[in-house]
Design a protein around this ligand. Structure first.
Ligand SMILES: Cc1cc2nc3c(=O)[nH]c(=O)nc-3n(C[C@H](O)[C@H](O)[C@H](O)COP(=O)(O)O)c2cc1C
Length: 231
């Protein structure tokens, strides 16, 4: 009971709501990040700046696109980021998962994909198929993130609380957030590799999204990633 109370309490206090701009305005901030630093010490380790680029560093984008994306690229991104491949009694995955419980679900909003019906689908991570759920409804995207509605597609990650709290108690809530981050990074690395622009999105109205996806109380929206084929 206490475990459920903890996550519900956190959710209640971190929800986005429509009148937020009036009641909880964002703060001014500098967009040039600065690392935490300590006073120098003789034991500090100083190494020449490493020029080896093991992965490319690509900025994310808020650009919109009219160009249609090939369905093949949607599946390349989905499969390489979050597919559970079962083999005999074992399985392989592209992300670590606390206790191997895989509590994250994908809802895929296909908006502008070549020869494909625009709709909301659920991604089956073992079979690798998209199951039709319903027509597109974008009411949960706030004005500040409206560019998302002009992407080719986006993924909403949700977390199944029941799937993880039974093992880890309240701490399972923390693990849900960490896992969503792991998968998000996979999504970014794969789409950068395919030259498909992308952006992580944390700002949306979760209550509206819960209604649109008809999620049970124990499945919570966590994170969104959008993808744009731009040329
Ligand atoms: C948890 C999280 C939430 C984010 N939410 C939003 C968002 O709601 N809207 C947006 O435009 N960008 C969002 N971003 C993207 C960041 O603003 C962006 O990654 C950051 O400015 C660094 O820029 P870069 O990705 O181009 O390196 C989010 C990123 C993270 C990790």
């Amino acid at each position: 009971m206490k475990d459920y109370y903890t996550y519900e309490y956190y959710l209640m206090n971190s929800n986005n709501y429509e009148s937020q701009l009036l009641h909880a305005p964002g703060r001014e901030y500098s967009s040039i990040p600065v690392s935490k630093s300590y006073a120098s010490h003789p034991n500090d380790i100083i190494f020449e700046i490493c020029n080896e680029k093991l992965i490319s560093s690509v900025r994310s984008t808020r650009e919109t696109t009219e160009k249609k994306m090939e369905l093949r690229n949607v599946f390349r991104i989905l499969h390489t980021s979050y597919l559970l491949e079962k083999e005999d009694n074992d399985f392989h995955s592209y992300n670590p998962s606390a206790g191997g419980l895989y509590p994250i679900e994908f809802y895929v909003f296909l908006l502008n994909i070549d020869n494909v019906k625009s709709a909301i689908y659920h991604y089956h991570r073992e079979k690798g198929i998209l199951s039709y759920i319903r027509e597109i409804d974008l009411d949960f995207i706030p004005e500040t993130n409206k560019f998302v509605t002009k992407s080719n597609f986006f993924i909403v990650m949700t977390g199944k609380v029941d799937n993880i709290l039974f093992k880890y108690g309240s701490r399972g809530y923390r693990y849900l957030l960490i896992e969503a981050g792991h998968i998000g990074q996979n999504l970014k690395i794969v789409s950068d590799y395919l030259n498909i622009k992308n952006r992580a999105i944390g700002g949306f109205y979760e209550k509206k999204l819960v209604d649109i996806l008809q999620l049970p109380k124990t499945e919570i929206p966590l994170y969104l990633y959008c993808f744009m084929d731009i040329e």
